[in-house]
Design a protein around this ligand. Structure first.
Ligand code: IPM
Ligand code: MG
Length: 362
């Protein structure tokens, strides 16, 4: 099969980690007989430096023409980078929001898994982490506060800022369907998270999720208020399978869930639309402080490439081979600095990519 993949190396550690993911994909191609065809585009700071804007129409068109997009990370140090002196719509993050909207990537899958080998990094007490956990946050990505009307006005000499939180039934239904579909492939539990005791948008959310649930009698559905969910994620993350939620709550809860694993350098993500098309990226940021030093952990990006094989190309065997190769290097004791513990062997970004690629087998 021929895989047309657009790559966005991006900023900071982005180019290094994407290079490792390509290395692993190339090995998958060799072992399983697929042709990888990559096209790079610029986004974020790299695009600002080259074109003055964080995302060009040409870049969007190139991405649209591909089967899937593999991204590293974008953005720089918000205190020191000149990119953050630009108006908000010209900053690196506007590129990311722009591509999500332009490609209609409304479903954001963010797994948070506690790897047995990395339990030591989990900041929770042993009595909680001992049970392990494997949850997935299904975050709505193109609606809500992020894309509602916003403005700052002056009334009677007083500035006033307004952001609007809007959801239509249709926007809720399509993400709920994705949430239930994925739950069917996992442990068949959906926790829908909202703030229905206060917000109208949450009350509609709850009603539509209940309707969708009727089509999935095998899936257990529970509703949870977002503040309670934030608490439950540290009290007992093992209770969760799929956490289904709106854009802003998902942004916050997914950072919390990744912190709870203690190894954000391991967490992948996928942003999907209604077709097989998706954008795949690590859950972590661009880490400008370690960029270019061969210190970054490429595993989250490699696992994102695995999600790409699984969701955009239906290559489950190939994706399993990537996941198994990652498991093997961890079992063999290889670690990048961020997940290093005594007695393990410390590797740089490039060597970690090599080790994983070498372990891809059919
Ligand atoms: C994320 C990030 C983005 C978001 C930022 C960079 C705009 O925090 O992907 O979670 O808020 O969605
Ligand atoms: Mg975020």
């Amino acid at each position: 099969m021929k895989l047309n993949i657009v790559c966005i190396p991006g900023d900071g550690i982005g180019p290094e980690i994407v290079a490792q993911a390509k290395k692993v994909l190339d090995k998958v191609g060799e072992v399983f007989g697929h042709e990888m065809n990559y096209t790079d585009i610029l986004m974020g700071g790299a695009s600002i430096d080259a074109y003055g804007v964080p995302l060009t129409d040409e870049a969007i068109a190139t991405a649209k023409a591909a089967d899937a997009v593999l991204m590293g990370s974008i953005g720089g140090d918000t205190n020191t980078s000149p990119w953050y002196k630009l108006p908000p719509e010209k900053r690196p993050e506007a590129g990311l929001l722009g591509i999500r909207k332009a490609l209609n990537l409304f479903a954001n899958l963010r797994p948070a898994v506690l790897y047995p080998e990395l339990k030591g990094a989990c900041p929770l007490k042993e009595e909680i982490s001992g049970k392990g956990f494997d949850l997935l946050i299904m975050r709505e990505l193109t609606g809500g506060l992020y894309f509602g009307e916003r403005k700052t006005v002056t009334e009677n000499g007083m500035k006033k800022a307004i952001d609007t939180l809007t959801y239509t039934e249709e926007e809720i239904r399509r993400i709920a369907v994705k949430g239930f579909d994925i739950a069917m492939k996992r442990r068949k539990k959906v926790t829908s998270v909202d703030k229905a005791n206060v917000l109208d948008s949450s009350r509609l959310w709850r009603a539509v999720v209940n309707e969708v649930a009727k089509d999935y009698p095998e899936v257990t559905l529970e509703h949870m208020l977002v503040d309670n969910c934030a608490m439950q994620l540290v009290r007992d993350p093992s209770q969760f399978d799929v956490v289904l939620t709106e854009n802003m709550f998902g942004d916050i809860l997914s950072d919390e869930a990744s912190m709870v694993t203690g190894s954000i350098g391991m967490l992948s993500s996928a942003s999907l639309n209604d077709t097989k098309f998706g954008l795949y990226e690590p859950s972590h940021g661009s880490a400008p402080d370690i960029a270019g030093k061969d210190l970054a952990n490429p595993i989250a990006t490699i696992l994102s490439a695995s999600m790409m094989l699984r969701y955009s190309f239906d290559l489950d065997k190939e994706a399993d081979a990537v996941d198994a190769a990652v498991d093997r290097v961890l079992k063999e004791g290889f670690r990048t600095g961020d997940i290093y513990t005594e007695g393990c062997e410390k590797l740089g970004c490039n060597a970690m990519g090599d080790r994983i690629a070498e372990r891809i087998v059919a």
